[in-house]
Design a protein around this ligand. Structure first.
Ligand code: HAM
Length: 420
């Protein structure tokens, strides 16, 4: 039997309803905050990601699904969405006229990481990007949106971690200080850190390997290197979060895994998921539009990990929908044809209804209705056919009534409307 590829998953009915509920809530919240949807391709030119995410990142060095297509062009399954959104913003000159845009997109991303709980090779993100403003108030608004969304979904036990990574004025001195700090420490650094220590020294700060942690325990702190503009920007970010009532932890080790970040970065972390503790991450990327060939244009955004969020909400029964409201138990071929018409009429009116298409007895059908957690069951057999009256049973109250065929659909709709 052909099985799916390692790190890839099927999201089956029973789980997909929860995913839908999360996506619907996210769409509603993002729309309230003025975001509009953008849909971007899954496959892009490889160069888009090498130039934006950075040559010396884990993603570009070892995680991208890159291949040569039939014409010899190098293409990549997108490992994230920010680069594509920026490409689209530039390509369609969305900056002409009013450069300020609030955009969101959802969909699958691909990274060939080592699969484990909360980490997949195809995973899904809800992405929100604000282009055209350098205001720290927007950064605060993004963290606020995440807080609102998670609380609407009933996800508690989250902490907002924030940091500033400075700008091209102040970051080079910080990088140099980090490189100087690890001089002579080669034996303590893991293979990855030893390799990237000069090209991407920031990543040394969030390496989880114990000996690297030890090596970096007394490493320099970006806060001490921020230029006056970045310092003020970060202060205003923090003040705006406080005004909005968002609790946060300043985390100087929050360097993020993509190279395009400048100034504010943030992550929403949770204790509910073990090692993969980030359910959303983002930050400012003021240099990216220009770096990809557009005008000088500040921007900021976040991505939520949908797989991780769905995992946390696994036990939330409120999000387990998908049960039919009505099950029609029909005995005999003629009754089944009647039932079929009613199912279609109810479905047409937006009421989930189901029936058995096989030739099973009443007991077996009632058992199935129970399993499907249907609120009502309509029973129709020979006796009902000759009387032109069906039995409507309210399953939770164990009550039933006889209803003439001619009024059945109307009355079922009424009962359901009154009950909800
Ligand atoms: P990221 O931190 O790489 O940022 O990913 C954002 C979120 O996607 C993570 O916090 C996590 O919840 C989820 N995620 C990442 N990798 C995986 C995986 N292998 N399996 C399951 N979930 C995963 C970005 O992608 C940036 N583009 C975010 C951004 C938008 N920054 C500015 N704008």
């Amino acid at each position: 039997m052909i099985q799916l590829i390692r790190g890839f998953r099927d999201i089956l009915p029973g789980e997909s309803e929860r995913w839908q509920a999360i996506e619907d809530t996210a769409r509603a919240v993002l729309s309230d905050f003025g975001f509009r949807e953008i849909r971007i391709p899954i496959l892009e030119a490889t160069e888009l990601f090498t130039r934006s995410i950075g040559e010396n990142t884990d993603i570009v060095e070892k995680e991208m699904y890159t291949f040569e297509d039939r014409k010899g062009d190098f293409v990549t399954l997108r490992p994230e969405a920010t680069a594509s959104i920026v490409r689209s913003y530039i390509q369609h000159k969305l900056y002409a006229g009013d450069p300020f845009h609030k955009l969101f997109t959802t969909g699958p991303m691909f990274r060939r990481e080592r699969p484990q709980k909360g980490r997949y090779r195809q995973f899904y993100q809800i992405n929100a990007e604000v282009l055209g403003s350098d205001s720290p108030l927007i950064d605060a608004q993004l963290v606020f949106i995440l807080k609102i969304l998670f609380s609407k979904l009933g996800v508690s036990d989250t902490t907002a971690h924030i940091n500033s990574l400075g700008c091209p004025v102040c970051r080079p001195a910080f990088k140099k200080a980090l490189i100087d700090h690890v001089v002579g420490m080669d034996t303590k650094l893991c293979v990855d850190c030893a390799r990237r220590k000069t090209k991407n020294p920031l990543r040394l700060l969030d390496c989880k390997v114990p000996s690297c942690r030890e090596a970096m325990a007394k490493a320099p702190d970006m806060m001490a290197f921020l230029c006056p503009d970045c310092r003020e920007h970060f202060q205003r970010f923090k003040t705006a979060l406080s005004v909005l009532g968002v609790a946060y932890v300043t985390d100087p080790r929050l360097v993020r895994g993509l190279d395009y970040y400048t100034r504010s970065t943030f992550e929403i972390q949770t204790n509910a998921l073990g090692a993969q503790n980030a359910i959303a991450g983002g930050g400012r990327y003021d240099g990216l539009v220009k770096a990809l060939g557009g005008p000088e244009m500040p921007a900021t955004g976040f991505a939520i990990g949908l797989d991780r969020l769905a995992e946390i909400l696994k036990n939330d029964t409120e999000l387990q929908t998908g049960h039919p409201k009505v099950f029609i138990a029909a005995i005999g071929r003629e009754s089944r044809e009647k039932a079929f018409e009613w199912v279609c009429r109810l479905n047409e009116k937006g009421i989930p209804a189901e029936m058995d298409f096989g030739d099973r007895g009443l007991k077996a059908q009632m058992k199935r209705a129970d399993k499907l957690a249907s609120r009502y069951v309509i029973i129709v057999g020979e006796k009902e056919l000759s009387a032109k009256t069906a039995v409507l049973r309210n399953m939770s109250e164990a009550q039933q009534e006889a209803i003439p065929f001619s009024m059945l659909i109307k009355m079922v709709i009424e009962r359901i409307a009154n009950a909800s």
